[in-house]
Ligand binder design. Structure first.
Ligand code: FAD
Length: 161
């Protein structure tokens, strides 16, 4: 298997194509990670969520990490890791343009973009379908790795000559 670094453009293309990844946050040195749909543009990811643990934690500590990958086979895969900063778009007049922008990007990325978040929140005892939020992850660092089949594959452990 050959593994190479992906360019920034390749990373952004993969994020836009997948529109899905795992969002990690942390509180008091305890990591938390959850699967999440998103929409992307260069420099930013946009998401929609109901209020729960991840939003509470990202409010306390906005430093987050997002991982997204496409695995075609054991030897053909791509993976992108983003480090970034969470910004919430609250439902107040100052944020109406940014909420509108996030919503229209999510609509373009996926139909029924709101459905999974609202459905997943139904397991909460304090579930309230009206308490939702749009947010943005400002991308501060991005890296990607991409694997392809190596026609001259060695066996492991390497056979002694
Ligand atoms: C493919 C996919 C796409 C998703 N897209 C979105 C999205 O765009 N927006 C959105 O809000 N949610 C989405 N979800 C659901 C999301 O992963 C969370 O389950 C949900 O947002 C609730 O997270 P929370 O942090 O608010 O947890 P809370 O509701 O506060 O739950 C608390 C506890 O429940 C457990 N828990 C919560 N979620 C999960 C989970 N997914 N798996 C296992 N245990 C869990 C954890 O132990 C957590 O500590 C998606 C899930 C999947 C599988």
């Amino acid at each position: 298997m050959l593994v190479r670094e992906m360019s920034r453009q390749e990373c952004e293309d993969l994020l836009a194509r997948l529109a899905f990844g795992r969002l990690a946050c942390a509180r008091d040195n305890q990591p938390y990670i959850a699967p999440m749909y998103f929409a992307s543009e260069p420099g930013h990811l946009y998401g929609f969520a109901t209020m729960g643990q991840k939003i509470a934690w990202m409010r306390l500590n906005p430093l987050v990490c997002v991982e997204a990958d496409q695995v075609l086979s054991h030897t053909e895969w791509s993976s992108v890791i983003v480090r970034g900063r969470y910004e919430e778009f609250p439902d107040i007049p100052e944020y109406s343009n940014r909420r509108q922008q996030a919503q229209s990007m999510l609509e373009k990325a996926r139909s029924l973009w709101w459905q999974t978040g609202v459905a997943a929140a139904q397991t909460r005892r304090d579930f309230d379908r009206d308490i939702t939020t749009f947010y943005c992850i400002h991308i501060e660092e991005i890296s990607g790795r991409c694997a392809s089949h190596d026609p001259v594959e060695h066996s492991w452990p390497l056979a002694e000559s």
